[in-house]
Design a protein around this ligand. Structure first.
Ligand code: NAP
Length: 292
């Protein structure tokens, strides 16, 4: 068993990002990220605070906009319009989920973000670009803004020199945030991809086909030894708060000696997500600079 150390890999990538931010500043551009937090959800508050801290560490300017939970979609979109027009803002992050009364307005708010500033990679324009990209090289060359957590998974595999082409990949979970963009990224790496979900029949047998098994379910320790082929790579996206602390979707203790490679929780996939947000903010700032 080899552990994929997300913290170490994220630190390496942050070093590269910092150097590139410094180089961009010499050319007169300081990358800027605007964060919008609607309401007072404690977990969202912590996530946004971590994002602002990461900006400060990497020399990225941050502009935080807290809005009350009573805000309307029209008020959120008015703020997004202002940020779309602000030349100091290269990336806009609307922290999700929105409060319960606004959940049905999520797509309308996301769609109001200028796709060139959509550093969460959730705008249909960016999803469409990801969908049309021929391969990973094209995704990088075109600077397509890709959802941060699946992008982080790709960097974990690249940095661990784990081959993807030709492998059978099973992704459990089909969210817009993770499962669907992850499937497109694996396809772009020439993997054979299966997407599984709550209606999949005989899920353990489907998962045992996987050379690379990705769990993004939101159920603590759901993936047990019965789901894993010996020698597989197991990537755990889950973040579940339990009385014993944060645990993943994979039963780490039961799976670690079957898998060849495995990500821990915490310190695995989750450790790269904010780093990828910084990467996307740099990409967005660079795209604007290259059009000077
Ligand atoms: P989500 O929107 O919560 O959806 C869960 C997915 O799991 C759905 O596709 C659902 O299938 C599937 N599922 C639920 N129960 C299942 C079962 N019994 N068997 C098979 N599939 C099942 O997903 P998400 O937003 O991608 O989040 C998933 C997990 O990843 C959560 O723990 C979340 O906290 C974590 N996450 C972590 C990060 C990070 O930064 N590391 C980022 C995003 C998410 P249906 O579609 O059929 O309902």
């Amino acid at each position: 068993m080899n552990i994929i150390d997300g913290k170490k890999i994220a630190a390496e990538i942050r070093g590269d990002i910092k150097r590139q931010v410094d180089a961009l500043k010499i050319r007169g551009v300081t990358p800027g990220l605007a964060t919008i937090l609607v309401g007072e959800d404690p977990a969202s508050n912590v996530y946004v605070a971590h994002k602002i801290k990461a900006c400060a560490e990497l020399g990225i300017r941050s502009f935080h906009h807290p809005l009350p939970a009573t805000s309307s979609a029209t008020e959120i979109i008015a703020l997004i319009d202002t940020l779309n027009a602000d030349p100091q803002v290269h990336g806009i992050l609307l922290q999700l989920p929105l409060p319960g009364n606004l959940l049905g307005e999520t797509d309308r708010c996301i769609n109001a973000i200028d796709p060139a500033k959509d550093v969460d990679g959730l705008h249909p324009h960016n999803i469409g670009q990801l969908c049309s990209a021929k391969n990973w090289q094209a995704i990088e060359k075109q600077n397509i803004l890709v959802s941060c957590t699946p992008l982080g998974v790709m960097y974990l595999l690249h940095k661990s020199s784990i081959a993807i082409a030709g492998k059978r990949v099973v992704i459990v979970g089909r969210s817009n945030l993770f499962g669907k963009p992850a499937a497109l990224l694996f396809l772009a790496h020439d993997a054979t991809v299966t997407m599984a979900h709550s209606k999949t029949m005989d899920l353990p047998a489907v998962c045992r086909e996987a050379d690379i098994l990705v769990a993004a379910i939101g159920k603590p320790r759901f993936i047990t030894a019965a789901y894993v082929k010996p020698g597989a790579v197991v990537l755990d996206v889950g973040i579940n708060r339990t009385p014993e602390g944060i645990v993943g979707d994979v039963d780490f203790e039961a799976v670690k000696n079957i898998a060849q490679w495995i990500t821990p929780v915490p310190g695995g996939v989750g450790a790269t997500t904010i780093t990828m947000l910084m990467h996307n903010t740099l990409t967005a700032a660079r795209r604007i600079t290259s059009s000077f």
